[in-house]
Ligand binder design. Structure first.
Ligand SMILES: [Fe+2]
Length: 221
């Protein structure tokens, strides 16, 4: 008999990796500071395996999940071989390495990244200030977090005024690819991604209510 319920699909999970056992607790703490909820920590020889959910309401569900574990051995071996072959970290490094770095510095969305949506601008501001404080004042995170902020192009007087008065978004001159929303990017080497496993970007977004066209609904260049 056919199921009469309307079908629904959601994003289920993403599996992130930290680059070696010692980075595990710091990567997990970073996800905690962002506000993701740790629901499981499974000790493993190469580093703990974590299950996070983006929101408490996903704790028992099969979606909204972020798994976090160490870079698997075969992947770590390939990254090491690729880095060696390209002279990574040496004066003779292949120029393509600096090329990708420059592209990421210009636009944190240039390469693989994962975005989470918050429904409170105040919460996004609180999290962003907490991340900035962590980078500024905690030696374990010093130099390991890079935070970049985008606001929408000016045009909506209420939104512009709200963001001008914000401790996070006031004075920001970087703009999103769209309207009516803001983006906070956190690049960290506590997570491994990209061709040489160097870092990963997490994106945190907020969309102003009541707008059909916003940064996540329509891409505008
Ligand atoms: Fe993005």
């Amino acid at each position: 008999m056919e199921d009469a319920r309307p079908q629904m699909r959601t994003m289920g999970h993403v599996a992130l990796h930290y680059p070696g056992k010692e980075a595990g607790p710091l990567a997990a703490r970073l996800l905690n500071v962002i506000g993701f909820v740790e629901t499981q920590k499974l000790p493993l020889p190469d580093g703990d395996f974590y299950r996070f959910v983006v929101d408490e309401r996903h704790s028992k569900r099969g979606d909204g999940i972020i798994y976090l574990s160490t870079v698997p051995a075969a992947q770590a071996a390939l990254i090491a071989a690729a880095r060696e072959a390209l002279g990574h970290g040496t004066p003779q490094a292949h120029p393509a390495i600096a090329g990708l770095r420059a592209a990421l510095d210009g636009d944190p969305e240039y390469s693989f990244h994962v975005g989470a949506l918050l429904d409170s601008l105040e919460e996004l501001e609180r999290v962003t200030l907490a991340l900035q404080a962590l980078e500024d004042s905690d030696p374990a995170f010093k130099g390991r977090l890079s935070i970049i902020v985008n606001r929408p192009r000016p045009g909506d007087a209420d939104i512009d005024a709200r963001l001008d008065a914000s401790p996070v978004f006031g004075g920001v001159t970087r703009f999103a690819y769209g309207r009516n929303g803001v983006q906070v990017f956190v690049e960290t080497d506590l997570l491994s991604s990209g061709p040489l496993g160097e870092s990963m970007v997490l994106e945190l977004d907020y969309v102003f209510p009541g707008k059909d066209s916003h940064i996540l609904s329509v891409v505008e260049l």
